[in-house]
Structures are given as C-alpha cells and as structure tokens.
Design a protein around this ligand. Structure first.
Ligand code: ZN
Ligand code: ZN
Ligand code: FE
Length: 719
C-alpha cells in the first residue's frame, strides 16, 4: 500500500474538478481526500501502487473538459489508513495566500502557431497563452495582473487586446500576451545566433529566468574554452537537445523520464548516457549521468530548430555566482565569456535557474528546485508558525511557512560572493512581499560563519538556530509526511555539529522534533580544515595516520605535524570526507575541483560492476575498512570494485544501525543520498528487512532542502 499525493494548479477550480476526483477515486475504490486551496488542488489517495498509477494517469486524461492542468507535483507517501473518500475544506490562512505560478514550458497550441507561416505569431519568440509562458519570472507584485508584471512596459495592440479580453480566447487574461506588433523584441536575428553556435562560438542567451551560456556540445574545443572562461573547470554541464529523439540518441530515456522532460516544468533530467559518440568529452567528465533538457520557451524552440545540434546550456554566470538577469548586468558580468549576446527587452523580475531532477526509486527526485517549480509550496503535515528559514550557506534556498505550506524559494546558490548575498537578501524580501508574509521568527543554521546565519542574527527578529543534519532529516521527514518516531540518517560533506565539531555521518532517533544522536561515523581529524574539502588526499592521510601511524604519511611531514599536534585539524564525523579518502586511496581522485566531485567519480567508477561484497565498517569504525582498501589498491584491484565494496559497507552499516535502533521508519537525507547507488541499495536492503524508507522527492537531499527542515523544526514541536 502507498499514499499518493498530487497537487495541481491551473483551471481546476469551479469546473467540476472535485466531483470528478471523487468519482474517479471511488470508482477505483481508493480512500483519501481532495482539498481546494488558493495554492491549488491537493488530492491524497491510498492503494496499490499500480492502481495509484492508473488514478494519476486518468486524472490527467479524463479531467473535465473546461479544466486545464498547468502544474502537477506528486509524492509517494506512507499510507495512513483512510476509511473513506472526502472533499475537505481549507483553512483561512491557506485561503488568504495568493497563488503565484511557476514559469511554464510552451504548450502544444502555441508551438503549432510558432511554426505556422500563416499565423500572425509565426516565428515570434515571445508567444504564450493562459496555459503556458512566463509567470514567476515576470511577476513584480500581487495580484498577478499585467500592470504588476515586467510586461507593463508593452502596450497591447488591438489584436492582442481583443484576445486578452475575450473569455472564449486561449489568451483571455494571459498577462504576458504579446505579438510581433506590440511585444518584446530580440536584439539580433536568431539565424545569426544559431550560425555563431555552429561556428563554435559562445552565445549568451537571455532566457526565462536569466541568462544562459550556450555552446555546441559536440565541439570539444568550444566546450573547453567555455569551461576555462567561466572558471568551471570540471563540474558537469547540462545539455539542451533540439528534440526528444535526439535526447534518446545520446541517452537512455525511460517513459517516466520522458514525462519529466516534456512536463510544463521542463527541468534538466539526469540521464544515463547511451554510449553514442558525438558529445564532447568535457561536457560531463566526472558524473555517471548527463543532464538533459528540452527547449522550453519559443525562443529556445526557434534557436534549437535553427541550430539542430545538442547545446551545452549552463547558467549565465562566472563559477557559482548567481545567474545574470539584466541586459546591462549580463554585458558586464559575461564580458569576456560570451562572444555573442542574444538579448531582448522583456525584463526578468528575479533570477531563476534551470531546475535539476532525476528519477530514483521510480519517482521524481528534485535536486535543484528552481524554474518550473518555484514558488509552488511543499505541503507538510501540520500547521506551522510564521517562520522565515534562511537555509544553509552553499546551494542556498530560503523558505517561508504559511499554515500547512512551506514556500521554498528558487535555488539561490553559494553565498560566497557579495552578489550572491545581495541575491539572497532580495529573495527573502521578494518572497515575503509576494506572499504578504511577516515573519515572527527566523530559523537559521547553527554555524557561526554561514552568511545566512549572520544575516538572521543581524535581523533584529527572534532567531532559532537549527542543527544542520537535524534540518536535513526533518526536511525529508516533512515532505514525506512521516508521523511518529523515525531513524534519521543524515550524511553529507560538512555541517556544524552540536558539539562544535564537523558532523556529516549522523544517525538520529527522532520524535516530535527531538533528536537523539544515536550513532555516527568514527571521528577523525581534517588536516588543514577547509583545505581538506578540496584536497581529499588530506582525509586519506589522516585515516592512514590513525591506522598505520606516522610512517604511513612520511612523504607529507607538514600533514603529520598537524595531526600530531592537533593544530588546524578540526574533528569530523563526515561520510563525505570518508568518500574523499577512499577516492584518493583507490586511485580514483586525489582532489575535488567542485563540491562532491571525488564522491561522484567514485560512484561512476562502479559502472556495471555487481557485487555484494562489503568492507568491514562495524559501528562506523573505518579502521578495518581503510586497511582493506589499502590492501586491495596495492594488490591492483580495480577501483570500481573497491568503490562497490565501499558503497556496500556504508549500506550494511545503515541496515545494521537501523536494526539495532529498533525503529521501523528510516529517513535518508543529506548530500550523500544524491548518490544513486548508495541510496537505492540502502532502500532495497532496508525494505527487505521490513523498514519503511523515506527519501527526498519535492526538495533536494543536498543543502537546497535545509530551509524546509529549518522551517518545520523552528515551529512548535507538538504533533
Ligand atoms: Zn500556450
Ligand atoms: Zn500584439
Ligand atoms: Fe548538508
């Protein structure tokens, strides 16, 4: 048995939708409820997974004729034992919030017009209708009406006005409605931009939520040049494919993955490469997966139709700065990176990167929540206090809690630069203004140095500090509506622990917001502190020093001294750092050029190796594991096999700890669980032992999900 939760937005209210849902659910003998609130229509039903699949498919296929579904987000939850199906009413607070929709990919009707030579919008790159087009990226204030969008500077021509005012027209009250006569215009012809791409040049394109940098994905020199100029030496690039057919040529695309690619959110979907040659090697060297998206705006459709090649499509920024949105700003910040700028005069109200998702356990797992998802809320199981949660430091996203809904902002990014901190502050004010929200409490991370925490402490409002790994676990538990006691497995690279050491390999027995740290990875020293995050060999040296003594690291005397004296060598229980160490010892990677690279390479090394063998990791003590890795590496065992035995060791440790805890429900969160091998193997083994396992679906397991956990934990802990 499973519980399916679906939240729909669009024309689903006042069109007989609730009676339709009622009839459909009861005809399939599914119990649950349907609720209409200003943030959309939410349905929960319980049953066999296959019947839930049928329900979901028929919900879309057989919906009442006048209704239109714009966005649809679903989660698979644990059943709670509904005894009937009911139509519920929402509460006041939920009614008062105004729905703001995310940006929606171009619909089929608009696409047909775009390529119809007889249509007045033939080849017009800003075509949209009430069912598609920009929303969140153009809204400046609520209620959502043209004068409160960035479209206010364009005056509707008579033909567009007629469409806008005709209730029978597809563009009735379509706020961004426009045409070649009255709407936004491009700074240069699309053909010229496509030509530049085919010539191997770098194009800065003003997209929906900001600028993108595009380059021919088949051209190794061009891709390498973009990497160099953007100061992004190794982190994987995403691709935009001209068509689903071309995506299928280079990647394996399952039916569920196809649905994600073609959904109105049109995210980047992480796919397994097919092995087809042609994509430049430098596109995604480190990852076992390749991120792919399809054109999602008329401008992208036109450009891709013209160029007809796979393109690298990456955020318009240098390194990990926020994405540029303004024409002048882009000229300035992308100067020296882009050869050609394809811009237009429709302003972007706020930055919103492309979202990243993947399929795991047969479900959608959102890894970066941004365009197409933000600012739709995540529903939680109880009423929350009005909390503003400011998130972590890296991969920052903020959130506000209104009643049962947590509005998680779009991905903001790492808060290392002044620009990023300004974007962070603007995102907070923006979210509060749009939702008429006044926070009474601010939740932040316990870390003394996070820019987000410092902002919170300087705000003048009461602050609740939430431990990083407790927030991870609470985030996953909240989006999965976990009730009662659970075992929180919270693994990542770095987080500030309650004992002022660096945590990252934690097990919590959690109940009612109270966390008991029942187990953790055996601690070790990180010689050089922060430097060890980039230089994984330092973690390896530290573990060797512990296991084999100073002679094992005689070639790095400075490190040996740090470890001996405990100077500049903070203590950690981080599983992320253990990944780094094993990557170094197995010969996979001595360093990480971006966060988590060594771990990604280690996962990739497994390839198609299948083994159940596991190194010993009894109670999280890595001593024997390190000895075994060392032995195997010296004996010339292939790195992929070492990696598989290491991953299996972690899985066995999770299962043994879960068994010892006697807790049935297990929650897996933290950046380590982006690792598909680790996550899926842990889930399979835990389920085989009778555990109910919860993993992320609507928010990210990485620090992008921290704000949700903070919001939930800062609120009252009853229930
Ligand atoms: Zn449309
Ligand atoms: Zn017009
Ligand atoms: Fe984390």
């Amino acid at each position: 048995m499973q519980r399916l939760r679906v939240t729909l937005t669009g024309a689903v209210q006042g069109v007989g939708f609730r009676p339709f849902v009622y009839r459909l659910a009861t005809s399939l003998r599914l119990n649950g409820w349907v609720l209409n609130s200003s943030s959309g229509l939410t349905v929960e039903v319980e049953g066999e997974p296959a019947i839930l699949d049928e329900f979901l498919a028929r919900l879309h296929r057989e919906k009442p004729a006048p209704s239109v579904i714009l966005t649809s987000e679903s989660s698979r939850l644990a059943p709670v034992g509904f005894d009937r199906f009911e139509i519920r009413t929402s509460n006041d607070a939920e009614e008062k919030t105004v729905a703001i929709l995310p940006d929606l990919a171009t619909c089929g009707d608009c696409l047909r017009e775009l390529f119809d030579p007889a249509n007045r919008r033939y080849h017009y790159p800003f075509t949209n209708c009430t069912n598609c087009g920009p929303r969140y990226s153009i809204v400046e204030n609520v209620p959502y009406d043209r004068p409160r969008t960035t479209m206010k500077i364009f005056t509707l021509c008579p033909a567009c006005r007629h469409e806008y005012e005709d209730p029978r027209d597809r563009r009735f009250h379509a706020q961004p409605n426009a045409c070649p006569v009255c709407g936004p215009r491009l700074s240069m012809p699309i053909e010229k931009a496509a030509r530049a791409l085919l010539d191997g040049r770098i194009l800065a394109l003003k997209g929906i939520g900001g600028f993108q940098l595009l380059v021919d994905a088949r051209n190794e020199d061009a891709v390498v040049r973009l990497r160099h100029l953007k100061a992004r030496e190794e982190k994987p690039f995403a691709l935009m494919m001209p068509s689903l057919e071309m995506a299928r040529k280079y990647c394996m695309v399952s039916e569920a993955e196809r649905a994600l690619l073609e959904s109105p959110a049109a995210p980047i979907v992480l796919l397994t490469p097919s092995g087809e040659p042609g994509i430049a090697p430098s596109v995604a060297k480190s990852s076992p997966y390749i991120g792919v998206m399809l054109p999602y705006s008329p401008l992208h459709h036109l450009l891709m139709r013209e160029a007809a090649i796979p393109l690298v499509a990456t955020s318009g920024n240098r390194s990990d700065e926020p994405i540029a949105i303004d024409n002048e700003e882009a000229r300035r910040r992308l100067d020296g990176i882009a050869d050609v700028f394809l811009m237009h005069d429709r302003p972007i109200a706020r930055p919103c990167d492309d979202s990243v998702v993947r399929l795991a356990r047969g479900r959608e797992m959102v890894l970066r929540r941004a365009r197409g998802y933000a600012p739709m809320p995540v529903r939680v199981g109880r009423t929350l206090d009005p909390v503003l949660a400011v998130g972590a430091h890296l991969k920052n996203a903020v959130a506000i809690a209104i009643s049962h809904q947590v509005y998680v902002s779009q991905h903001i990014g790492d808060l290392d630069t002044v620009e990023a901190r300004e974007t962070f502050e603007r995102a907070i004010h923006d979210l509060c203004r749009l939702y008429r929200f006044e926070p009474r409490v601010i939740a932040c991370d316990m870390h003394p140095d996070y820019a987000s925490s410092q902002w919170a402490r300087a705000s003048g409002l009461p602050v609740v500090e939430i431990q990083h790994h407790e927030a991870h676990a609470a985030s996953c538990a909240a989006e999965n509506d976990v009730r009662g006691e659970y075992l929180g497995v919270s693994w990542d690279g770095t987080g500030y622990g309650r004992d002022a050491t660096i945590w990252g390999g934690e097990f919590f027995a959690a109940r009612n917001g109270v966390f008991d740290r029942i187990a953790h990875l055996r601690t070790f020293k990180l010689p050089g502190g922060e430097a060890a995050v980039k230089e994984g060999w330092r973690s390896a040296a530290s573990l060797l020093y512990e296991v084999e003594g100073a002679t094992a690291i005689a070639d790095t005397p400075a490190i040996a001294r740090m470890l001996e004296r405990g100077v500049n060598a903070p203590v950690t229980s981080s599983v992320g750092r253990l990944f780094d160490a094993v990557a170094a010892l197995s010969g996979v990677a001595r360093e990480s050029r971006f966060e988590g690279q060594a771990a990604m390479l280690l996962e990739r090394a497994i390839g198609s190796i299948e083994t159940r063998e596991a190194y010993p990791l009894k109670d999280g003590d890595w001593a024997e594991l390190i000895n075994a890795v060392r032995r195997d590496a010296r004996a010339g065992v292939e790195p992929g096999l070492i990696s598989a035995r290491f991953h299996n060791a972690l899985v066995v440790w999770i299962v043994e700890t879960a068994a010892a805890s006697g807790i049935r429900q297990v929650v897996l969160s933290g950046g380590c669980f982006q690792n598909r091998y680790l996550m899926e193997h842990a889930v399979a083994l835990l389920e085989a032992r009778g555990h109910v396992v919860f993993t992320h679906q609507r928010v990210s397991p990485n620090d992008g999900g921290i704000a949700l956990g903070q919001a939930v934990l800062a609120s009252s802990t009853s229930g």
